[in-house]
Design a protein around this ligand. Structure first.
Ligand code: UT7
Length: 338
């Protein structure tokens, strides 16, 4: 199936390698039953989550990002010095500055690369991919590493049952580079921000509005605060809306896409999106049961699972879609090339 999009751009982007890292330690629903008033059945029924992975005390986001990046470089047979740019999508940087991209560049030894952090919460990786595709399409051949990495366990209040059951830690990465002449890759995208929803999912303190103080710590303002139902309703509506818009303007239906790889926030959101697109669940990657919501890392980790299970192969049309804090939302369409 031919797809419209950037067919005339001589510098079209494609994804050439992927990688991921998930810490070995797990926190199960039964572990959480001992910490807060919850139960396995409620968590599975309302979210689909069974297990999340939690980093060791001495690890931070850049460590997981470097692990994922090394897998990508190895899979592509690339030396770190061949990278042109590194984009780290995260809401849990090691610190506010230097950017986690700088820490990753140094640890990898990616001499000559530039980079930056991209804050778009759960839509971060989708925004990062789109940004990388446009960097690549702007000129002579380039190799851009896009990493989605989050250490959510560091900003979660493990006495708040409405949030602590949801999140896990992890990192995933894609290499985006220039496609050969006539080769398809990045096809189209839609991204959107609706800042009026910012109040419903946020970490209130730690920035210039509410710098860290005894008061902000006592008030637990350095943790994730979420009004779950508000975010849920927005996510169900937006994820379907963005994906449908993208397909429609490319003359496609759900049937034409091999795989939908959505952000993993809640199994019910994913199922509603699949239904709206008229896509059977066999063509939707769902791994939230194993990892929970790893924020910017869900899409690359789900993609890794799709490739490893043989569900995603070279030549397939794949649709990524995400909704997150901000509100942020986005979707992009790619011809898979690795
Ligand atoms: O990735 C970024 C975007 N984030 C999302 O997309 C998350 C979107 N939101 C959600 O996934 C869901 O809203 C949650 C999973 C967070 C919550 O599910 P819900 O079905 O919306 O539950 P609720 O907040 O409406 O709460 C229903 C009941 C409440 O009890 P009452 O007031 O009915 O007695 C809660 O107190 O469930 C209770 N509850 C729990 N019970 C057992 C809330 N959390 C828990 C829990 N265990 N962990």
């Amino acid at each position: 199936m031919e797809v419209a999009g950037q067919t005339t751009n001589p510098y079209r982007a494609k994804i050439t390698a992927i990688g991921g890292y998930v810490p070995p330690d797990v926190l199960t629903n039964h572990d959480l039953e001992k910490i807060v008033e919850t139960d396995d059945q409620w968590i599975v029924e309302r979210t689909g989550i069974r297990v999340r992975h939690i980093v060791a005390k001495d690890m931070a986001t850049s460590d997981m990002a470097v692990e994922a990046a090394r897998v990508v470089l190895e899979n592509r047979g690339l030396a770190p010095g061949e990278l042109h740019a590194i984009i780290v999508c995260t809401v849990t940087p090691d610190m506010l500055f230097p950017a986690t991209a700088c820490l990753v560049q140094d640890r990898l030894g990616a001499q000559g690369a530039w980079g930056f952090d991209l804050i778009a919460a759960c839509s971060g990786f989708v925004y990062g991919l789109t940004t990388a595709a446009h960097l690549v399409s702007s000129g002579p051949p380039k190799k851009v590493l896009v990493i989605g990495a989050d250490t959510m366990s560091r900003i979660i209040d493990y006495t708040d049952r409405s949030t602590c059951i949801l999140f896990g830690d992890g990192a995933g990465a894609f290499l985006v580079e220039t496609a050969a002449e006539g080769e398809e890759g990045f096809l189209d995208f839609v991204n959107e921000v609706d800042g009026s929803g910012g109040q419903f999912l946020r970490m209130p303190a730690g920035g210039s509005r509410l710098p860290a103080s005894h008061e902000t710590v006592d008030a637990k303002q350095h943790f994730v605060h979420q009004e779950g139902q508000q975010v849920f309703k927005y996510a169900v509506r937006k994820m379907a809306e963005m994906a449908t818009l993208l397909l429609r303007r490319n003359g496609l239906r759900g049937d034409d896409v091999k795989l939908l790889i959505p952000h993993q926030a809640n199994r019910r959101i994913i199922e509603a999106t699949a239904k709206a697109l008229d896509m059977p669940l066999e063509r939707v990657i769902i791994n939230i049961d194993m990892y929970g919501n790893t924020t910017a890392a869900t899409i690359p980790l789900a993609t890794r699972d799709a490739v490893e299970s043989g569900q995603l192969v070279k030549g397939d049309l794949v649709l990524f879609a995400a909704v997150g804090a901000g509100y942020t939302a986005g979707a992009s369409l790619w011809r898979w090339q690795c």
